[in-house]
Design a protein around this ligand. Structure first.
Ligand SMILES: O=C(O)c1cc(=O)[nH]c(=O)n1[C@@H]1O[C@H](COP(=O)(O)O)[C@@H](O)[C@H]1O
Length: 273
């Protein structure tokens, strides 16, 4: 998907919501466990109930890998379902990959070509030659970890290396890599006070922002300095939406949560907040 297509979908839906499909069999309604593929059945119900409010879905691969081959099959069915029924929705494989170039190119092939995701999250730690193989794919997007939502972000990412914090160096350096127009960045919603600085370095890049909902980040605070002239934000909520209810009404409850977030986003985009 092109960035222009993503922006046009955001404007059409008045939403920059990303729903995280982090399926945990201990948390889904019990009646689904009798289904042949409970993970896919859960995802399908969530997608059917929420697609009108969201512009992106982000399965975190850990939640699928945890169930071995069955989990991978459910992930494949989920991405196929999205690509067949909602090709206008942006898909993110949250896999946090990155390795020597020769290996990264295999990861890129796996997620972009074999599974058909629009984007993948990538760790910057191994540097340029570990990220460029992901950037080489046209109309695919590499979402580089810049400043993450967890407490451990303060261990390295905010530490100064010389004059400047590491996360700033990640943003600045990566802008010079080949095909850097295919880069987006992860910035945690729990780090709202950093958005102004981040926007000085990457004024137009899309930022994937996890950490609202279960992790307590504030949508309003993120938007204050995070919004760009092209909106430039994808705000993710996983547990806050998909586990809004553990009962038979789980899909309706997820739809309600997603709709509430979409309405808040619409109000922000229209300057009401
Ligand atoms: O790359 C991510 O999506 C990510 C980066 C980050 O800094 N923090 C973060 O929470 N995530 C992911 O975003 C999702 C957040 O889930 P909830 O806290 O349930 O909304 C999980 O899949 C995390 O792995």
């Amino acid at each position: 998907m092109t960035t222009a297509n993503l922006i046009s979908e955001i404007k059409k839906k008045q939403s920059f919501l990303c729903v995280g499909l982090d399926v945990d069999l201990d948390k889904i309604p019990e009646f689904l466990l009798k289904e042949e593929d409970p993970i896919f059945s859960f995802n399908k119900a969530i997608i059917d109930a929420t697609h009108q409010y969201t512009v992106a879905y982000k399965p975190n691969t850990a939640f699928y890998e945890a169930y071995g081959l069955k989990g991978w099959k459910a992930l494949e069915k989920t991405i196929n379902y999205l690509n067949e029924n909602h090709p206008e929705i942006f898909t993110i494989a949250d896999a946090k990959r990155g390795d020597i170039g020769n290996t990264s190119s295999r990861y890129a092939k796996a997620f972009y070509e074999d599974l058909g995701f629009d984007s993948i999250t990538v760790a910057p730690y191994m540097g340029k030659d570990s990220v460029e193989p992901f950037l080489a794919f046209e109309n695919k997007h590499t979402i580089l970890l810049a400043l993450t939502s967890n407490e451990g972000a303060f261990d390295f990412q905010t530490k100064k290396i010389g004059e400047e914090e590491l996360y700033k160096q990640v943003l600045k350096t990566s802008k010079d890599w080949n095909n850097s127009e295919n880069l987006m960045y992860v910035v945690g919603a729990t780090k709202a006070e950093y958005f102004a600085e981040i926007r000085k370095i990457v004024p137009d890049s899309f930022l994937l922002v996890p950490g609202v909902g279960a992790q307590g980040g504030s949508l309003k605070e993120v938007c204050k300095y995070g919004l760009s002239s092209n909106i430039g934000l994808l705000v993710n909520s996983s547990r806050g939406i998909i586990y809004a209810s553990k009962n038979n009404d789980f899909a309706e409850a997820a739809a309600r949560e997603a709709k509430n977030m979409q309405l808040e986003m619409k109000a922000i985009l229209n300057g009401i907040h």
